[in-house]
Design a protein around this ligand. Sequence first.
Ligand code: FUB
Length: 453
Amino acid sequence: MNITRTAAAAAALMMTAVAASAQNPIIRDNFSADPSAHVFDGRVYVYPSHDIPAPYDYARKDWFCMADYHVYSSDNLVDWVDHGVIVDQKSVPWVNSTSYSMWAPDCNYKNGKYYFYFPAGQKPKPGQRFAGNGIGVAVSDTPYGPFVCQEEPIKGIGGIDPCIFIDDDGTPYLTWSGRGLQIARLKDNMLELDSEPVAVSEVPDGFKEGPYLFKRNGIYYYTFPWVEKDRECLAYCMSDKPMGPYVFKGKIMEQSETECWTNHHSVVEFKGQWYLFYHHNDYSPYFDKNRSVCVDEIHFNPDGTIVPVVPTFRGVGITPAHSNIQIDRYSDKDEAKVDIEFLRDENTFEGWKTVFHNTASEYKEPIWIRYDRVDFGKGWDNATLRCHSLAGGKIEVRADAIDGPLVAEFKVGGVSSWNEITVKASSKPEGVHDLFVLMTEGNHIDVDWVSFK
Ligand code: FUB
């Protein structure tokens, strides 16, 4: 079979540190969706779709628009690397290069190679007006490329959202969404079907797509986005065989409160903890086709059923105290008196600020926000707050409780611009602590971040 090297192959090898973090959303310099996470050689690799605002040559301004794929990796779920573009619509021989239809992908490892599966609009054949979606494969020696695309998509199937699952005995299975949820065995070469596709039919009524199959303690989990009410929640079935029959068990995550119509996920174990990767539309509240990848812990009951996951801003991992700690990605807060807003609506990728307000100007109770799991380490002296307040006031940082040890105290002067205030620490906790940030004077202070160095 002929193979074609992607134009982006060289770029794929580059390890580019990016604005990505353990807080949600984790990818902070691009829109990203449909995350498929896998652990290869002790690192977590995430293969998401890449949403972009529609360019001039794409007529559907109100629809998904995706031209390529990046891959991201991390060895601690805190520091992420963007390995760059691994496959591009312009360099896949069978793909219509202006279809912007590179929807949810997946990747897995077998026999020394990494196989990247992706759906896309096919080039129409002579006499054909519309060719529909194919599912193609690109192959690499490493999880981050360069990936070499097959000349043709996989024969005998069409549709979207491929997921590749490899059982403990090495048998590969491909499941995807195309006239319902389908599953088939693959040949050992990972490129051809080894069985007729069968429909996974033991799922509830209603729209479904984006299947993800994983195994834990001998149980096969067939998981999928499902429109139970207005938009997609995440749901699952369980079985003792990869191709079923399955038994429907319920929901993993409720539909998003931010009105993102889609959700799409993967589940992976890393260093003894299981994680759910999914997406919401954090950076694009008014257009839900520009999405962002998030991650939270997922837990299982003793009988293997899944404890539903409530999405958090805080995400996973431990935040170093010397970093700029974005407390707007909080664990909990005073709902009435602390708001989260974009720093600048014109560029949401700049992130958010925490707005403390106390219109009554009375401090019967502290006005607070909590940010969990900050590693103070040792050998630091100063605390810095990036803040802004016309009225001025006072911000306190305390460890572990609203009335816990005072770590730093900042007098915020009335100024019209953002400024960084550095003070000597009042006390120096060591190791990992939860942070409480409190406004104890003033009636309106915006905080961007706090840091300890
Ligand atoms: O990203 C485009 C499509 O939206 C995916 O293929 C679906 O699963 C949904 O997330």
